[in-house]
Design a protein around this ligand. Sequence first.
Ligand SMILES: *Cc1c(COP(=O)(O)O)cnc(C)c1O
Length: 389
Amino acid sequence: MGRRFGPYGGAYVPETLVPALAELEAAWRAARADPAFRKEHARLARTLGGRPTPLHLAPRLSARAGGARIWLKREDLLHTGAHKFNNALGQGLLTVRMGKPRLIAETGAGQHGVATAMIGAALGLRTEVYMGEVDMARQRPNVERMQLLGAKVVPVRSGSRTLKDAINAALRDWIANVRTTHYLLGSAVGPHPFPSIVADFQSVIGKEIRRDALRAFGRLPELVVACVGGGSNAIGTFKPLVRSRVELLGVEAGGPRGAPWGAASLSRGRPGILHGAFTYVLQDREGQIAPTESVSAGLDYAGVGPEHAWLRDSGRVRYVAVHDDGALRAFRWLAEDEGILPALEPSHAIYAAVKEASRRSPDQNIVVTLSGRGDKDLEVVLGAARRRP
Ligand SMILES: *Cc1c(COP(=O)(O)O)cnc(C)c1O
């Protein structure tokens, strides 16, 4: 049994994966304690990734809200355009350390697939990415990016042919090829130790927020906001602040107005087992995984990382859902007020942050993690504008 967050987490996996998960945990713990690994990791984060990312004051967005000051943690400036770089680099280096020549990954929107293909190329690892056929059709440019980076994209034709089926296919491949292959899981989900490893590699976000807030305004912010899909950028943002008094707000995708589920596992789900972990899951009365819906492919997942499940139940983090129309409005605010095209995932968090800012006084500071850039979403944004001018 794996490590737990309250009752959540664990490792509900077939017997064959147990040694691989143990090997991964041992490699990760040894790497964390190894100064040479940490030095190489820090070097590549800087020279390949572009870390550290800045904390940027958004003055005109703050003025629009008419209350607290809003700051953006600019993970959108990282290599390949999102925080996913942090996890891909960390697990890529662990793969090399374990002496495995092959990487596999799942991807929904393609962002994690692109980050994995990139690190596979940079570290000389053979890379295959599982992707649902439906997602391959709607995210064509990312399929092409992965292929240009030398990865093989494997179409998944089972189930709903989307992200959850791609995860199942990647898990099956891992079971069959576990000696030569590392499964580079893309979010803070899945069986132990993945949620802890991914949170560890993403925690650089919260550590930099802490340091740069002290430099920029001499204290920690009053509120920190991040969007939650599987929960990796949010747990990386929150974890270094959980023991402080900073208020923490996670923002899930509410989906279209009136949709029964959206992709809001913590707001509308209930505890169950998905992809090897006990966590909040969107499911019907019989326990069948519910069909999720969101304007942002990166938040469109029926589960959530088990550590968030515990942070929710314990009350340390508040979670809310923002609908598609809120995210689309926030996309435009950030574009027109600040000259930044955000990804639709963090646009959910921007919307919630502006609402919060409007209720607070101007001497308060709110930090929002801008998890990725919006180039990948232009078609969706423009399509929505055509339907509702
Ligand atoms: C994938 C993605 C997300 C959602 O994933 P988390 O694991 O919840 O962070 C959020 N933002 C962007 C830009 C993404 O690409």
